[in-house]
Write a protein that binds this ligand. Structure first.
Ligand SMILES: [Zn+2]
Length: 248
């Protein structure tokens, strides 16, 4: 699409009673107009209202039907391909990209400011399922999230919920590592956050170099984890302990 055409469409969108045929178009134009970034790894839940997801799933079903047609798959007669377009649409919105359309998990905080406050390090291991934004291939692995307790504590399961919410989008592992660190820092009010991810990539295993059991590791260190070598060491020692004893 040329810039000129885009501008013309943008001007029409939501302006003077013009209604887009597709809700997806309406939202796209609206986000663009308001300067809202809507990359594969971005959360856009504030733009969705009750019931919108159903409509978007219907629209995506229609679009996936076209993709299957263009791939020359007989979706009318092949029993396994009947309903595939809808299955794909639902899977994207409700599962593999759910973290784009749902608001962040409600992370209830408990105050950690009494006399006997916890001041140690916390390392949580979270299973991750994600998807690369380049090829929409699965990414599977674990994230180790470390924080130095601040004035707020969140429930242990919340770390994993936040990590999954960040992961269930189209991402790159480097980006995902940053996203989790930022959201954990936001939820806990701690500037001292570390995230280490170890994952395998469908991108490398199912296509391209077809490398099985290829493993990618990424690390984001903030605050004391970056500045204090003993904190950094304690974090990685904890990970080693977890890897030795945790159920795989
Ligand atoms: Zn990829």
């Amino acid at each position: 699409m040329t810039d000129k055409k885009e501008t013309a469409l943008d001007a029409m969108a939501g302006n003077g009673g013009y209604e887009e045929a597709y809700l997806g178009d309406h939202l796209r134009f609206k986000m663009r107009r308001e300067g809202k970034r809507f990359w594969a790894g971005d959360n856009i839940s504030e733009y969705l209202r009750e019931g919108d997801k159903e409509r978007l799933i219907n629209e995506a079903t229609e679009a996936f039907e076209t993709v299957l047609d263009r791939l020359l798959i007989d979706r009318e007669n092949d029993p396994n391909s009947q309903g595939t377009a809808r299955r794909l649409a639902k899977m994207y919105f409700n599962e593999i990209m759910e973290g784009r359309y749902e608001p962040g998990p409600d992370a209830t905080c408990f105050p950690n400011d009494s006399e006997d406050r916890y001041e140690g390090m916390l390392v949580v291991r979270s299973e991750l399922r994600s998807m690369c934004s380049h090829h929409h291939q699965p990414v599977a692995g674990v994230a180790y999230i470390g924080i130095l307790a601040a004035n707020k504590l969140i429930g242990l399961s919340k770390y994993t919920r936040i990590a999954q919410w960040c992961a269930r989008r189209g991402t790159l592992q480097e980006e995902l590592c940053n996203d989790i660190a930022r959201e954990i820092s936001r939820a806990t009010d701690s500037e001292n956050v570390a995230v280490y991810i170890q994952a395998t990539h469908g991108c490398c295993e199912n296509r391209g170099i077809m490398a099985h059991s290829s493993l990618t590791q990424t690390t984001v260190l903030k605050g004391a984890f970056k500045d204090d070598p003993s904190v950094k060491k304690e974090f990685f020692d904890n990970i080693k302990l977890q890897q030795e004893f945790a159920p795989r």
